[in-house]
Design a protein around this ligand. Structure first.
Ligand code: PGA
Length: 261
């Protein structure tokens, strides 16, 4: 796992967007694993700006989102399909038929999980999986105790996640209590994982995920087992990290990061 701390949220976001754009430039037909949530809105705004400036072409990209609420239609403003169209897909030249999310209206949950797994496999696997972290340590909607071998399936949300996200629903009680999510195993299969953590409300869970023991109680800690995982944090989210000097040293000296400093 590589950990990079940037001085501001905007710089953490910019680096995240740059890494995604650079992959698309290097491999125009790549499979991007995408995430939703408040943290990602700024990443997508940066990618839209890069697209508008003619710096990146998404026409051959395929995307797979991490998750979708069960029971929400694609045109529901709280669905993740709606979020993706609103924040990214409507503003870039991605072919919408190549953008994939679990179907929130699927009735056979097991079949939907299998369909999604097969679609990812048929596309050749995810090249880069973008991730956020929940306050309970989840990646995707893999709530505490999710198996590290889990695949796309339906998952009951924790009260903490429900509290974190129900503020977007009107009324809050209308937020679904379960979602389809890629499994931890699905996420670990991605060739690269890129986790963005910003804000002081995430400082405690960031330290657990990055420097704590690998535990299904904090599913983001599974990324410690991934061969190519990068975590980007802003100063506030990095506040509780103990190996900070080393992370800064690596970013300043490793040739891999020469173009990003
Ligand atoms: P947030 O969500 O960006 O809205 O904090 C992240 C997550 O729960 O994965």
């Amino acid at each position: 796992m590589e950990v990079i701390v940037r001085p501001t949220t905007a710089e953490a976001v910019k680096l995240t967007a740059q890494l995604i754009a650079d992959l698309v430039k290097a491999k125009p037909n790549c499979n991007l694993g995408l995430a939703t949530g408040a943290t990602m809105e700024a990443v997508y705004a940066d990618l839209v700006k890069m697209y508008q400036a003619g710096e990146v072409d998404f026409s051959k990209v395929t995307s797979f989102n991490l998750d979708e609420y069960i029971g929400l239609a694609p045109d529901d403003p709280n669905s993740y399909r709606y979020y993706m169209n609103y924040h990214l897909f409507n503003h870039i030249n991605i072919d919408k038929s190549k953008t994939n999310l679990p179907d929130g209206l699927a009735k056979d949950y097991d079949a939907e999980g299998e369909r999604y797994e097969k679609a990812i496999k048929a596309a050749g696997g995810v090249d880069l999986q973008l991730l956020g972290i929940g306050r309970d340590g989840h990646i995707g909607f893999n709530e505490p105790l999710s198996s590290f071998a889990s695949r796309t399936r339906d998952k009951a949300l924790t009260p903490e996640t429900w509290k974190q996200n129900s503020i977007y629903f009107n009324p809050p009680e209308s937020m679904p209590m379960s979602a389809f999510t890629m499994g931890v195993g699905t996420i670990l299969d991605a060739k690269q994982a890129l986790l963005l953590i910003t804000g002081k409300s995430k400082a405690a869970i960031a330290a657990k995920a990055i420097e704590g023991p690998v535990s299904s109680m904090v599913t983001a800690s599974a990324l410690q087992l991934h061969q190519h995982a990068v975590v980007i944090l802003d100063e506030e989210a990095a506040a509780n990290l103990t190996m900070r000097e080393y992370y800064d040293w690596v970013f300043a000296h490793d040739r891999k990061w020469a173009n990003y400093r």
